[in-house]
Design a protein around this ligand. Structure first.
Ligand code: FE2
Ligand code: FE2
Length: 276
């Protein structure tokens, strides 16, 4: 099974940039075409939140149009702190799972070889995330229902600190409760997050937790209390490949199409001054 993870699209209304500079609609469209043009067809795409910049119906309409034009495989979405749960529910209710929970946008996807548990970490009106008692109970019950199937947990807010302090302040606020549940479920093979707009990974319980880079703008790499800034570093997405024996490996793929591929071959032998 092959699963693509896209994150932090920050789509804007038609014709508008994010923060007046980041052309997130163009960047999202470009990333979707990069996925469509991969040499293989993924089984599913997960989008781990911040689908839009301001949670507007006009932003979800732009995204919905892009997805329906470009993507031909199932798409599973989650809200991030930039989304608006109710507007997302009404605008993207045609996507699987979006309206299945009465309170949150969270659901399990059971019909692939790898199970997907899509977990809503949003606190309305806050940049930070949390898992309240209801969501923690849902996670534990959902994981308990399928203890033997390799599972990916997908969520927006990372459950670990990364050293970029302004992002750590708005990560998952109660990671220890989350981690204690994950630790009980050995079938969780990976935890996929967004939110930090950088490729970052850490061990969480028995498993690997990775943050995917944004398909749009990236957060500047600064350790400590520097103010939060963004940069147009190369956008990328993740491809998770199930190799059997429960192994699921992650590959980071750049959206940009670079020169190549070129063949490897034995270079002609030169002397010390470069003469053939
Ligand atoms: Fe974001
Ligand atoms: Fe976010």
């Amino acid at each position: 099974m092959i699963i693509v993870q896209l994150t932090d699209l920050h789509v804007r209304p038609y014709g508008r940039a994010a923060y007046r500079t980041a052309e997130t609609n163009m960047l999202t469209e470009r990333a979707l075409w990069a996925v469509r043009n991969l040499a293989f067809t993924p089984d599913a795409i997960v989008i781990s939140g911040d689908l839009t910049n301001n949670g507007l119906a006009s932003e979800y309409a732009v995204l919905s149009d892009m997805l329906s034009r470009i993507i031909k495989v199932p798409v599973y979405v989650l809200p991030g702190n930039h989304d608006h749960r109710e507007t997302m529910r009404s605008s993207l209710g045609h996507l699987p799972g979006v309206t299945s929970d009465p309170y949150f946008i969270q659901y399990a996807v059971d019909h692939h070889d790898v199970r997907l548990v899509m977990l809503d970490t949003v606190i309305p009106g806050s940049g930070a995330g949390e898992l309240c008692e209801k969501r923690l109970a849902w996670l534990d019950a959902t994981l308990s229902a399928e203890p033997n199937k390799p599972t990916l947990v997908v969520m927006h807010h990372p459950p670990f600190a990364c050293g970029i302090r302004h992002m750590d302040h708005i990560s998952l606020q109660n990671p220890s409760e989350f981690i204690s549940i994950i630790a009980k479920h050995s079938q969780v093979k990976r935890i996929l997050c967004g939110h930090h707009h950088r490729p970052i990974n850490a061990a969480v319980a028995h498993t690997i937790c990775s943050i995917a880079p944004s398909v749009a703008h990236q957060v500047e790499f600064v350790l400590g209390d520097e103010p939060g800034m963004w940069k147009l570093e190369p956008p990328a997405f993740e491809v998770f490949v199930s190799l059997g024996d429960d192994a699921i490996v992650g590959h980071t793929i750049y959206v940009e199409n670079y020169p190549g591929p070129y063949p490897f071959f034995a270079d002609p032998v030169e002397d010390e001054v470069g003469r053939l």
